[in-house]
Design a binder for this molecule. Structure first.
Ligand SMILES: [Zn+2]
Length: 401
């Protein structure tokens, strides 16, 4: 890790201020001379010669001699953390929390920093204990904020929501878009346990928290579909268009299923055609092609697919076009030729059909609302990598307020 230059200023400054304050405070005799210990100058020298490890050892020597230098301890622990030496940061912060002659506010601050150390080290139970101990102190808002992040990491969604409510009571800002997803996660768990009513309440809470949360609308539609309430399902998905239409490809096949169950195939094809024109998507196109084949036969389906691939050439579209051509082909030699072309294309389409996180670049075959790579919510959009090259930025499900 590259050593950051600003430490060259901060460490000696913090130290010398702390040292002087401590000396002046304890000075009973006006004649007492204020002297810096030799180790301090050694430490500064090491810092200037970019030898942070030796500088740390020198400053620790000073700190162990003069225990009044609280700020120096904080600065050192911060330096350890920056260097990735979490265990040393923990030791310094633990030392501060156990010191008798220390202000209550400094002890709370040290406890908070200790919690952050444990969080970084992945020792979540001890991080949680540190933050929980601060919930009745001046540090309560910062502690609740850290607990929210910790519970999100543990996927303890109900506890994370509890901390969000606490933060709201304190008048602190909360990540409403993320919290709406916590409600959706709880809803999905409830549906998996066949608890429809609880799931619905969680989804309503998601929409109360963030009216723009398109995921809740998509899930509500799926819930209605499962209950055989096809009209409600379609209505719910149509309202999702107003929230964020870029997510419609996620429910394309289910939307077609609902229209078919209602006996409204014509309306279904019209809706899919409209969405496909307004918000082009290979996934929506394939749903429409299958719907057309079902209602109007393979020729109509093939004509549409060919027209769309010609209008918006893509390897993913070409692969599907070849697949259909091969299906109806009788000439053995031409089948061999086209199969070879398709195999070559398939090598590329595997990479092109992945979803991609717009924050960290993580790619996956499956769609995730929360990126497994960087833990961002809504950073993966339901468009295949090849499509993102056409549309580098598509709408994110932002919070409404
Ligand atoms: Zn990511």
């Amino acid at each position: 890790m590259e050593f950051e230059a600003w430490w060259l200023i901060i460490i000696p400054l913090v130290f010398s201020l702390g040292w002087l304050a401590a000396r002046l405070e304890s000075r009973s005799d006006a004649q007492t001379q204020v002297q810096m210990p030799e180790s301090y100058f050694k430490g500064v020298n090491f810092l200037l010669s970019e030898q942070p490890d030796k500088a740390i050892d020198a400053f620790l020597e000073v700190a162990s001699v003069d225990t009044a230098t609280v700020e120096l301890h904080f600065a050192l622990a911060n330096l350890f953390r920056k260097k990735g030496e979490i265990d040393r940061a923990i030791r310094v912060h633990q030392f501060l929390t156990t010191r008798e002659q220390i202000e209550a506010t400094d002890r709370e601050r040290a406890t908070f920093e200790l919690g952050v150390d444990f969080l970084r080290a992945g020792i979540l139970d001890r991080a949680e204990a540190a933050f929980v101990s601060l919930l009745e102190t001046q540090m309560k808002a910062k502690a609740a904020g850290q607990l929210l992040e910790l519970y999100e990491l543990e996927k303890a969604w109900d506890k994370a929501i509890e901390q969000a409510n606490r933060l709201r009571e304190y008048g602190a800002e909360i990540p409403v878009a993320d919290i709406a997803h916590f409600h959706c996660e709880l809803a999905e768990q409830a549906f998996q346990n066949n608890n429809q009513d609880t799931g619905k309440v969680h989804l309503q809470n998601a929409l109360l928290t963030n009216p723009s949360n398109v995921r809740a609308s998509l899930l509500l539609g799926e819930m209605y579909l499962g209950q055989g309430k096809y009209q409600e399902a379609v209505g719910q998905w149509r309202s999702a268009e107003a929230q964020n239409p870029w997510y419609l490809p996620l429910i394309g096949p289910k939307m077609w299923e609902a229209f078919r169950a209602l006996g409204q195939q014509e309306e279904g094809i019209a809706a899919l055609t409209e969405y496909g024109q307004k918000y082009p998507s290979i996934d929506l196109l394939l749903v429409l092609v299958n719907a057309l084949e079902e209602c109007k036969g393979p020729d109509a389906a093939f004509d549409l697919l060919r027209a769309q691939v010609r209008a918006r050439p893509s390897l993913l579209g070409l692969d599907k076009l070849l697949e259909r051509q091969l299906r109806d082909m009788v000439d053995d030699e031409r089948i061999k030729d086209l199969s070879l072309i398709r195999e070559l294309i398939a090598k590329h389409t595997q990479r092109l059909e992945r979803y991609r996180c717009q924050s960290c670049g993580f790619q996956a075959k499956k769609f995730y609302w929360q990126c497994p790579g960087c833990a961002s919510w809504d950073s993966i959009v339901p468009r295949r990598a090849e499509e993102l090259d056409f549309y580098p930025v598509v709408g994110k499900a932002k919070a409404a307020a």
